[in-house]
Design a binder for this molecule. Sequence first.
Ligand SMILES: Cc1cc2nc3c(=O)[nH]c(=O)nc-3n(C[C@H](O)[C@H](O)[C@H](O)COP(=O)(O)OP(=O)(O)OC[C@H]3O[C@@H](n4cnc5c(N)ncnc54)[C@H](O)[C@@H]3O)c2cc1C
Length: 496
Amino acid sequence: MTDTHVDVLIIGAGISGIGAAVHLQDKQPGKSYVILEARDSIGGTWDLFRYPGIRSDSDLHTFCYAFKPWLEDRAIADADSILRYIREAATENRVEHHIRFAHRVREATWSSSDGCWTVVAERGADREPVRFTATWLFCAGGYYRYDSAHVPELPGIERFGGEIVHPQFWPEDLDYAGKRVLVIGSGATAMTIVPAIAREAAHVTMLQRTPTYVVAIPAVDPITERLRRWLGPARAHGIARRKNVRLGSLVYKASRRYPNLIRKLIRAANVRALPEGYDVDAHFNPPYDPWDQRMCVVPDGDLFRAIRSREASIVTDHIETFTEDGIALKSGERIEADIVVTATGLELQALAGVSYNVDGSPVDLSDTITYKGMMLTGMPNFLYAIGYTNASWTLKVDLVCEHFCRLLTLMDEHGHGSCVPDSPHADAPTRPLLDFAAGYVLRSVEKFPKQGASAPWELNMDYRRDRKVLVHGPVGDHMTFAAARPAPQPLPVAVA
Ligand SMILES: Cc1cc2nc3c(=O)[nH]c(=O)nc-3n(C[C@H](O)[C@H](O)[C@H](O)COP(=O)(O)OP(=O)(O)OC[C@H]3O[C@@H](n4cnc5c(N)ncnc54)[C@H](O)[C@@H]3O)c2cc1C
């Protein structure tokens, strides 16, 4: 193994890892860092998914970094534009030469006596072990597995004679023109694929067990568009970002406080967008309240357009069994298909799937409790980037990076080398970190850390409140510090 020591080791070169690097070199230019990325390219999510129509469902004025405005006209952007934006951020800030590609982090071990993490990664196809030491470990490895996806048990699937595709592994050469396509799922991915392929396919059926709240929003925001013309893209972006943060927070809070009113408003908008006589209640009226699960947005109502034009239809039912040429449903209805797309979700993975160890004891992540939504009890000098589920992911990650840089300044001023969040009182109640009722969350929730019932251990999902705490609030509260130690010497070469 080779050994390299850095102040901060970042896992992952997705939008979060690149953002963390830029914040760090901007506000802590004296700190050394490296990014270990398992893949051969940057961008994470926005480089991995290749299904037709792949796009954000957040507006890019809030999904972009605080330090780099979104200057394109489309607020709901396709993956290529987002990837271009992340690459630009990396290039403009000279982050690339800090990235070690094809390095998959497997183990991270904290030693209090050395005051640092030892991180073992596998390099390249032959998985050569490589070792790094780092004073801080920043996990920006996303929240789901890249090498596998969730597919529920599909009865009789082996009988189906057509092609079966999961959106996470979309074949580049899949020819759906003139074919009958059945998309199983009701999340953002299904809502994106259906209108994107509807024109070319013979017909697209979206089969869902339970409806989702679906809201049409303009892909190009008319207010921002006008501002762009008057003020130019950069100043318009600043106003659009503040507007969209406020609007998003208002809609979320109104949904939690007045669920019936919001449900009625969404239903009324759906009725207007769908053909006369369409069974809105069967297909667009979920049995849960708005924002119990993430809402789906459809840019310019593209899903509704596909339904109106009869290129696509929605069926709400349960699968009885697959047949040779399609699916038989519990209701007795049959759907014929040449291609089945299983838009059935992600397989969640906590903190990059790394095996963590602190002072000789393996860490069970479900025993840890979040601190300010960025650190974990029992894990010294460890940060993680998990964004909001009710707003743009990046809004939160930017704040985490700001607070981290403030914490580093405080520690340097006081000669601290490490810190660990205090635990809440042993009797204090805890609940899942991902407190969200979506099926894909519920399936994996016990693998993730928990949150407490009060600050700083409770996960805050409100950007403006988080901003007050993380950018302007106290640093180092509810934390135990240890003195700095001499920088570690390179470790002796170990036999792998
Ligand atoms: C299809 C899709 C659409 C989405 N749309 C939105 C949206 O519109 N708005 C929103 O807020 N959120 C959205 N999300 C959530 C989205 O994933 C995040 O917003 C954001 O892109 C996550 O960025 P990230 O850098 O934290 O993680 P990722 O994009 O997952 O990147 C993680 C990186 O870490 C690397 N990595 C992981 N484990 C290791 C390891 N052990 N060693 C080394 N490297 C590792 C991965 O290879 C990857 O490059 C979407 C998610 C999906 C799947």
